[in-house]
Write a protein that binds this ligand. Structure first.
Ligand SMILES: Cc1ncc(COP(=O)(O)O)c(C=O)c1O
Length: 427
């Protein structure tokens, strides 16, 4: 039985976006693999493809403006500095934030490390609890493990509710009372689940640290490509994200934090550009985000990310989310009918993201991915940098198809049909 795009109720919003126009903006989407197979790119949770405007912004910077920033007085240096700082302003504005709330990092991983080594190491110690969860990416586990050995903080993990495949909020409500810092993944890179981050922040602020209120860090790597995040409105203390998962270049991301919290942070990478004065006896540091951006920054990447948010800003992110989640919901529903396929996650919720993780009872995930690739379908396999979550699910890896703004129902249908064919061949 072939999959059919018949359940129109699942597709209300797919029509709100002009997918032909959107797809035309991404040159790679017209690529034929080995000159033949049409590419169906379903590895968007790992990294998204880039619209031409992002590629152009980076090329144009290197072709016409390339110079180091914050240093020389010559014309190119002035233009590069102006463009770099305009990128900070534009990207911060996309997230509803003042420009001084945005520290450029290499991505989500470095942003979370900056919270650990820049803020937690300076403000927490023995007796403090960092509350995180079993659903986290390794980027939100390993820094805490290293820091706990160094300064005695205790890490506690909120479990996954194995039945509902969502965070155990009852356990969270109890655990949050002891927490000084709450670190939670906004949207899972494995389960297609968006955590109730508004409630998590509200509970952490009202009940955390014995009622004093806990600091909150959200890992928004998978959320920023799916929904419009307003950092001040959200009310968390730290927001970590990566440009490359939202149409921007690799190698750049951000830590958003408030002015007050930034003042309590110490630099953890130091050297040129972050200082005010240096003598052989000691140094003084710049104020604001520059204090945390030592060395030559990712200048072309900032230009590229700025172009990406300007491109995204043309679209209503509610339509984008509805489109992506309806693709994932439809695909997961069809896949459940394929014999031997097991889906991990929730796709029946309004908040479902674009991720569908799955396994076949007989075919190894790695083999499945190769067989899908033979049909032009790019999917990811592995533990998705979430080994504790894999353990909670009772598996060592999964295959994962993940959708973004440019994917179509025809691609979802072709994916399901190719997967069904692969499974039939092996049965
Ligand atoms: C939820 C989540 N957190 C953190 C990261 C790490 O992001 P990066 O590798 O861009 O630092 C990822 C990347 O897959 C992710 O999905």
């Amino acid at each position: 039985m072939e999959a059919r795009i018949e359940d129109k109720a699942l597709l209300p919003s797919t029509m709100a976006l002009n997918l032909n126009t959107i797809r035309a903006d991404f040159p790679i989407l017209s690529r034929r693999l080995e000159g033949e197979r049409k590419l169906v790119y379903l590895d968007n949770a790992a990294t998204t493809q880039k619209p031409q405007v992002v590629i152009d912004a980076m090329n144009d910077y290197y072709a016409n403006t390339n110079a180091n920033v914050h240093r020389a007085v010559h014309t190119l240096a002035g233009e590069a500095t102006e463009g770099y700082e305009a990128s900070r302003t534009g990207i911060a504005a996309y997230f509803g934030a003042p420009r001084d709330n945005l520290i450029f990092t290499s991505g989500t991983t470095e942003a979370i490390n900056l919270v650990a080594y820049g803020w937690a190491r300076a403000n927490l110690g023995k007796g403090d609890v960092v509350l995180t969860t079993e659903m986290e990416h390794h980027a939100d586990i390993v820094p805490w493990q290293i820091l706990s050995k160094e300064c005695g903080i205790e890490i506690r993990y909120v479990p996954l509710d194995r039945e509902t495949m969502t965070l155990d909020m009852e356990a969270f409500e109890i655990a949050v009372e002891d927490a000084s810092l709450v670190c939670v993944v906004h949207t899972s890179n494995v389960l297609g689940v968006r955590n109730d981050v508004e409630r998590i922040i509200q509970l952490a602020k009202s009940r955390g640290k014995g009622g004093e209120g806990a600091h909150v860090m959200l890992d928004a790597a998978q959320a920023a490509p799916h929904e419009r995040i307003d950092f001040p409105e959200l009310g968390c203390d730290f927001l970590a994200l990566s440009a490359h998962k939202m149409g921007g270049p690799t190698g750049i991301g951000a830590l958003f934090t408030t002015t007050d919290t930034m003042e309590t942070m110490k630099p953890f990478i130091s050297g040129g550009d972050m200082i005010e004065t240096v003598t052989l006896e000691g140094s003084t540091y710049q104020k604001g985000p520059h204090k945390f951006e030592a060395g030559t920054p990712r200048i072309a990447e900032a230009f590229g990310w700025h172009a990406a948010v300007q491109w995204l800003d043309q679209h209503n992110m509610e339509d984008v989310h509805a489109h992506i989640s309806s693709l994932a919901r439809w695909t997961a529903k069809q896949m459940r009918d394929i014999p031997g396929i097991r889906i991990y996650g929730r796709h029946d919720l309004e908040t479902t993201s674009g991720v569908v993780s799955f396994l076949h009872e007989m075919i190894h995930a790695e083999d499945l991915a190769h067989l899908m690739d033979a049909g032009g379908f790019a999917v990811r396999t592995g533990h998705h940098c979430a080994q504790p979550l894999m353990e909670a699910l009772g598996v060592s890896s999964t295959a994962r198809a993940s959708f973004w703004i440019y994917n179509t129902m025809e691609e979802a249908e072709a994916f399901v049909n190719h997967l069904r064919g692969v499974v039939e061949r092996f049965s």
